[in-house]
Design a protein around this ligand. Structure first.
Ligand SMILES: NC(=O)c1ccc[n+]([C@@H]2O[C@H](COP(=O)([O-])OP(=O)(O)OC[C@H]3O[C@@H](n4cnc5c(N)ncnc54)[C@H](O)[C@@H]3O)[C@@H](O)[C@H]2O)c1
Length: 386
């Protein structure tokens, strides 16, 4: 007797049931997206069924506030339910592989936060599970939400349309300062066994994804350096060793011959959430800063020299990516909207039976670059081929 295939879809005419796992930072941002996506975009109907966390009372309060019908404390029970069709993983990296693989095997579509996982081996297993699930019509996606900043999506279009000519150099820095204070406490983000790495996996993952996304190419060689400036921080039982990096640097060779530099830090005093990207090509250049995410600077080097200069494009025209669903031009959107766009693309992929981007394979490619930076850093910045 053959086993029943997993239940993969709602009854005709019924909404897709969603469960989110994790109700803190990303759980809150994703809940907001699930709540408002259908109000702005043409997507299949969804129902926010269950929010999952470890502490019953806190997760119940969060579920009420964020618009979930129920809360639960055991993700395994939740992914076994027939009325759950989508699992949205907003838990820390050490749980990504276990939950994502179990959910895919149970026939649920899976959206997982970045980075894909804490290790290359886990990421590879996730890709295998995603491929097997895709063959059964089950979709999966990794949450590199900055792909959904309209200014960055527009930057990608300009590059693809050849407006920069041949892209030669990319500078990507992602600087934060929430660990600049030596007395900032230990968290799961500062332990290798829970976070995998520090600023590297947390924010260089975004920068590397952007370099590959904007240019449509992949990294082929890496030279990296990692550094921990504050080696011990206060934990619940006294000072604890920090086992991840505070900051990371890398130079990346791209398949096209372009070269990118990456600089990320969580101790960059005064920088709150500064993802800056500059792209220099033979016919033009672009500059972006997440702290002004509605703007893109563009220089057209084919204009007469006397007229050249970076122009500031306010990315709110209906023709800009994702903007026609929001407000009249000039009315800005923010960081949280990127998660709504992410959920829209995920739902459209599910509806159309097409792999939404970024796939787990693309997430794995970023993990390979992260692993190569670590390997290079451990070998005094020796170049590592991918
Ligand atoms: N895309 C972005 O811009 C962005 C920003 C921040 C974090 N992230 C990513 O999101 C993920 C979560 O980070 P965060 O900042 O939300 O972390 P967080 O510490 O704020 O929240 C983690 C949540 O996971 C829950 N959790 C932990 N163990 C659990 C378990 N066994 N069962 C159920 N729930 C459990 C916790 O209760 C908590 O609600 C990480 O992968 C992180 O890298 C992405």
């Amino acid at each position: 007797m053959t086993a029943e295939p997993p239940h993969t879809g709602p009854k005709p005419g019924s909404p897709l049931g969603v469960a989110a796992i994790g109700y803190a930072f990303m759980g809150k941002a994703h809940s907001n997206a699930w709540r408002n996506v259908a109000a702005f975009f043409d997507v299949p109907a969804v129902e926010q069924k269950v929010l999952v966390g470890r502490h019953a009372q806190e997760v119940a309060e969060a579920a009420t506030r964020y618009g979930w019908a129920e809360s639960a404390t055991d993700w395994r029970e939740v992914i076994a339910r027939d009325d759950i069709h989508i699992v949205d993983i907003c838990a820390p990296g050490w749980l990504h592989a276990e939950i994502a693989i179990a959910a895919l095997e149970a026939g649920k579509h899976v959206l997982v936060e970045k980075p894909l996982a804490n290790t290359l081996a886990e990421s590879e297993h996730m890709v295998e599970a995603a491929r097997a699930a895709r063959d059964r019509g089950i979709q999966s996606m990794v949450g590199f939400n900055y792909r959904r900043v309209p200014a960055l999506a527009y930057a990608r279009q300009l590059i693809a349309d050849g407006r920069l000519g041949t892209v030669r150099e990319i500078r990507a820095s992602y600087l934060q300062d929430w660990l600049a204070d030596d007395s900032a406490p230990m968290t799961w983000r500062l332990r290798k066994e829970t976070a995998g790495s520090g600023a590297l996996g947390d924010i260089a993952s975004h920068a590397i994804d952007q370099v590959q996304y904007l240019t449509g190419t992949t990294v082929t060689e890496v030279s990296g350096r990692l550094h921990t400036f504050v080696g011990r921080r206060p934990g619940p039982d006294g000072l604890e060793d920090v086992t991840v990096d505070d900051a990371a640097w890398a130079t990346l060779s791209l398949a096209t011959g372009a070269v990118a530099s990456i600089e990320v830090s969580r101790v960059a005093t005064g920088r709150k959430n500064s993802l800056r990207i500059e792209v220099y090509g033979s016919a033009g250049a672009l500059a972006f800063d997440l702290e002004r995410l509605g703007e893109l600077e563009f220089l057209d080097a084919t204009a007469p020299a006397e007229e050249q200069g970076f122009r500031r494009i306010v990315v709110t025209e209906p023709g800009h990516p994702s903007m026609d669903a929001w407000w009249p031009q000039g009315h800005m959107i923010g960081w949280e909207h990127t998660f709504t766009h992410q959920v829209r693309d995920f739902l459209v992929g599910i509806r159309d039976g097409e792999q939404p981007a970024p796939s787990f394979e693309e997430g794995l490619q970023v993990q390979r670059v992260l692993a190569a930076i670590e390997e290079s850093a451990a070998a005094k910045s020796t170049a590592i081929q991918l």
